[in-house]
Write a protein that binds this ligand. Structure first.
Ligand code: NAP
Length: 311
């Protein structure tokens, strides 16, 4: 049993395991075009490698550093030598270059099926009274605007090749458990922006019914971002291996994890227990169920009548 934060499942993991092995037939991405942002390092690079193992039609890697993207492609090919990989260096806040790159991808491969949005930044960790609003906005822009730009560009790119069809898209947003945990001093800029991205995608999915959104907290993973965080914060838990979020994300986009759409999940949670709890997680109406941010104590009345269970 791994040591970690409070969990939804009894069993938790700190490393990959058989249930999320991306080479199993149920997790195959054969015929799917997979876009990974933030693929130049950290969790994005590990995720590229896991998707390569799942045998997609093509892997499309985005980041700003061309050399680092090439390194990710090499790492991914070591997992699956035959995989088709394209790299694109672009700033995700630059909507026109992202749209033009993804339109070309859609034209070449017929569209984009899966998006894993790993790009992110850690704004300075500091009390809100002291943060420089200009720096604060830089982090906010990367997290919130890049999420919007990516989601828009993928849907629009698919429309260029399939104008009469709303091609299904599965969009995985990398978030942080900080959006659920009690407020932690110094993290206002980071957690505030991550929360905004979650709500933005919730609305995006309602407006675009062909987009299935999953929010995943990857756990604590040793990356450039974690190194930066550890300059100011001592984390209470040991890091997870990057194979855990990477393989978990391949599982979360699979048909068997569709019930987790619009939810927030931690990659450390055991997938067999999640599947066993599908009914409670989904609930009996939209916005109901578990693993979602609610408002405790509300509602108590509907049309003047007490909501069952609140009398
Ligand atoms: N590591 C953790 O423990 C942890 C915990 C909770 C949540 N997360 C989340 O997981 C995700 C991945 O984090 P990580 O730890 O792997 O971070 P990382 O190693 O710092 O990687 C972040 C990636 O984002 C890319 N990026 C940043 N700004 C960009 C922009 N404007 N345009 C395009 N790409 C941009 C960077 O690529 P370039 O610099 O090449 O552009 C880099 O590849 C983030 O959303 C993070 O918030 C991480």
């Amino acid at each position: 049993m791994a040591t970690g934060p409070p969990s939804y499942t009894k069993v938790t993991h700190s490393n990959t395991y058989a249930g999320i092995d991306p080479t199993q037939p149920g997790l195959s991405t054969a015929g799917k075009v997979v876009l990974i942002t933030g693929a130049s390092g950290g969790i994005g690079r590990a995720t590229a490698s896991s998707f390569a193992a799942s045998g997609p039609q093509a892997l499309i890697l985005f980041g700003r550093n061309a050399d680092a993207l090439a390194e990710t492609a090499t790492v991914a090919r070591a997992r699956h030598a035959e995989v088709t990989i394209q790299t694109h260096d672009a700033d995700l806040c630059d909507a026109s270059s992202v749209r033009s790159a993804l339109n070309k991808v859609a034209a070449e491969f017929g569209g984009i099926d899966i998006v894993v949005h790993c790009a992110g930044v850690l704004p300075p960790i500091a009390p809100l009274l002291e943060v420089d609003p200009a720096t604060f906005m830089d982090g906010y822009k990367t997290t919130v605007v890049s999420t919007l730009v990516t989601a828009q560009a993928v849907v629009l790119a698919n429309k260029t090749t399939s104008p009469n069809e709303d091609k299904p898209i599965t969009f995985v947003n990398l978030t942080t458990a900080g959006v659920l945990f009690p407020p932690f001093p110094g993290t206002g800029a980071y957690v505030g922006s991550k929360m905004a991205a979650v709500k933005l995608l919730e609305i995006f999915a309602v407006e675009n019914k062909n987009v299935r959104v999953h929010n995943v907290h990857p756990g604590i993973v040793k990356t450039a971002m974690l190194d930066k965080l550890e300059e100011t914060i001592k984390l209470p838990f040991p890091p997870n291996d990057s194979s855990l979020p990477a393989d978990f994300i391949v599982w979360v986009v699979s048909p068997e994890a569709e019930f987790l759409k619009n939810k927030i999940v931690f990659s450390a949670w055991d997938v067999d227990e999640l599947k066993a709890r599908k009914k409670e997680i989904v609930g009996d109406s939209p916005g109901a169920g578990e693993l979602w941010m609610g408002f405790q104590g509300y509602p108590r009345f509907k049309n003047g009548q007490p909501v069952p269970g609140t009398e």
